[in-house]
Design a protein around this ligand. Structure first.
Ligand SMILES: NC(=O)c1ccc[n+]([C@@H]2O[C@H](COP(=O)([O-])OP(=O)(O)OC[C@H]3O[C@@H](n4cnc5c(N)ncnc54)[C@H](O)[C@@H]3O)[C@@H](O)[C@H]2O)c1
Ligand SMILES: [Zn+2]
Length: 446
């Protein structure tokens, strides 16, 4: 942030202050950000001769050696703080653990912390940076599709608290976000599909060209990790780049005039009206992408029932969810759940439904007036329509599993102790072999 301006006006009983702050932050598309040919991070950290990195266990396991080698090559000492994986670890405890590690490291006031990982770690570490000394700069490198095209596009950071997702948080823009889609190579297909849902969201409501590209390349984009998988066609990669660039730009155009979400009619809230209630309703929670897909598909049928959309367009949108393997319906999507979801969302949207609808396709209409009767009718119609689709509209890998909670990590890298030892070893060796830069690994108590 820079350019602070404020006026102090006396009032009969005190003063009134009006101020503005300019927020500036930058996005750079850069594949292979940790390859020796990418100079950006070295330029940022060379003046400090050191870098404090926060990442989760998966990222450190998969990319620790490469990251370490990058900094060693540039003579920059690297200290790594590893966080736990999974929504259950998105807590104040994790956030405070990061703050304590920052103190041990002795982060200087203007020294940017480096955060690498999915939406979860960028949210928690971003919140730690927002709170640490009231504000500490950070550099963000998202590594999941959700992170790349959604979480890292916003400046919202935070942790879960009580039974509530993201209840404690802040608005804290990073100095710089590097968007490196080669991280998708190692991302499980189920996680890519999860992020694909957010791209359907932005395209159906805001960008017809992106919707057409998703239609054209749907299965290939998911299977070949947005053209980054080994042997992917150049044409696919180009299509993926256009989808990502346009999708992110559209999100920024829509959201940056409203960074603090004061305006509640939000196009990018398509699919986020009833889904918060549905996502956590099953015993094992639905993946976010699947929960919003059910919401988006149902909203589309509601638009049909209300005469806002024709049959052909309705089928066209639903077909994309189906081809992507995303959920379109769920047994727990009932009239009762819709009622509960409506009540909950009215509280956060100032008493109005404000449901974004993809009407016309590639544009958005907000729906406020819908009767209980219409909701029931739309629900019956929706369930009937979904029966005609493969899997009766059920999604593929729709539920949260070990790749979200980190349980798979234990198998991948052994016990926590072994993991810490093995990694220290690996990073230590890299440092020794290369420029001998100091490398440290910190671990959270589990
Ligand atoms: N700030 C925002 O505006 C915003 C927007 C959307 C989502 N979010 C938040 O983001 C979180 C979800 O983010 P997510 O879907 O990225 O989940 P995540 O960060 O939990 O990552 C999912 C899994 O993928 C692993 N992973 C990350 N990168 C990988 C890679 N390149 N290869 C292999 N595995 C990798 C992670 O270790 C984890 O196990 C939620 O907490 C949500 O609230 C925030
Ligand atoms: Zn979302």
């Amino acid at each position: 942030m820079s350019d602070l301006h404020a006026t102090v006006a006396p009032t009969p009983s005190g003063f009134h202050i009006t101020g503005t702050e300019t927020i500036t932050y930058t996005f750079t598309f850069q594949d292979s950000i940790f390859s020796s040919s990418a100079p950006q991070l070295a330029k940022i950290y060379t003046p400090f001769s050191r870098c404090f990195l926060i990442a989760d266990a998966t990222i450190i396991h998969l990319y620790g050696a490469q990251i370490s080698s990058y900094f060693s090559t540039h003579g920059i000492a690297l200290t790594v703080h590893e966080t736990r994986i999974g929504e259950k670890a998105k807590t104040m405890e994790t956030m405070l653990g990061i703050c304590e590690a920052m103190t041990r490291f002795g982060v200087l006031r203007k020294e940017p912390v480096l955060v690498v990982g999915g939406g979860l770690v960028t949210d928690v570490a971003g919140f730690a940076c927002a709170a640490y000394r009231r504000t500490t700069p950070y550099i963000r490198i998202p590594t999941t599709l959700i992170g790349l095209i959604d979480a890292s596009v916003s400046i919202k950071v935070g942790v879960n608290h009580g039974a509530h997702k993201n209840r404690l948080g802040a608005y804290h823009a990073p100095l710089h976000t590097f968007l490196d889609f080669t991280f998708l190579r190692s991302l499980p297909e189920a996680q890519v599909r999860n992020g694909f849902a957010e791209l359907i969201k932005i395209s159906t409501c805001a960008d017809l060209r992106v919707f057409e590209l998703l239609e054209q390349h749907c299965e290939d984009l998911i299977k070949h990790k947005f053209g980054r998988a080994e042997g992917a066609r150049e044409e696919l990669r180009q299509a993926a780049d256009e989808v990502n660039r346009r999708g992110i730009e559209r999100m920024l155009q829509l959201e940056t005039p409203n960074l603090h979400e004061i305006m509640l009619d939000r196009v990018i809230a398509f699919g986020h009206t009833w889904s918060p209630t549905l996502e956590l309703a099953p015993k094992v929670p639905l993946r976010h992408g699947h929960a919003i897909s059910v919401d988006m598909a149902f909203s589309t049928t509601l638009a049909l029932v209300k005469g806002m959309m024709g049959v052909e367009e309705h089928q066209r949108i639903l077909r994309l969810f189906s081809r992507a393997g995303l959920s379109m319906d769920h047994p727990l999507l009932t009239e009762e759940l819709l009622k509960k979801g409506t009540e909950a969302i009215l509280k956060t949207r100032d008493g109005k439904l404000r449901a974004a609808m993809p009407v016309p396709l590639g544009g958005c209409t907000f729906l406020n007036d819908v009767t209980e009767k219409e909701m029931g009718e739309a629900l019956r119609k929706h369930k009937e329509v979904c029966m005609a689709f493969p899997r009766n509209g059920e999604g593929i890998d729709a539920y949260v599993d070990a790749s979200d909670t980190g349980e798979g990590m234990a198998q991948m890298v052994g016990t926590v102790g072994e993991k810490a030892g093995g990694l220290m070893d690996k990073i230590g060796k890299m440092g020794g072999q290369l420029l001998g830069a100091r490398q440290t690994v910190e671990h959270l108590p589990n």
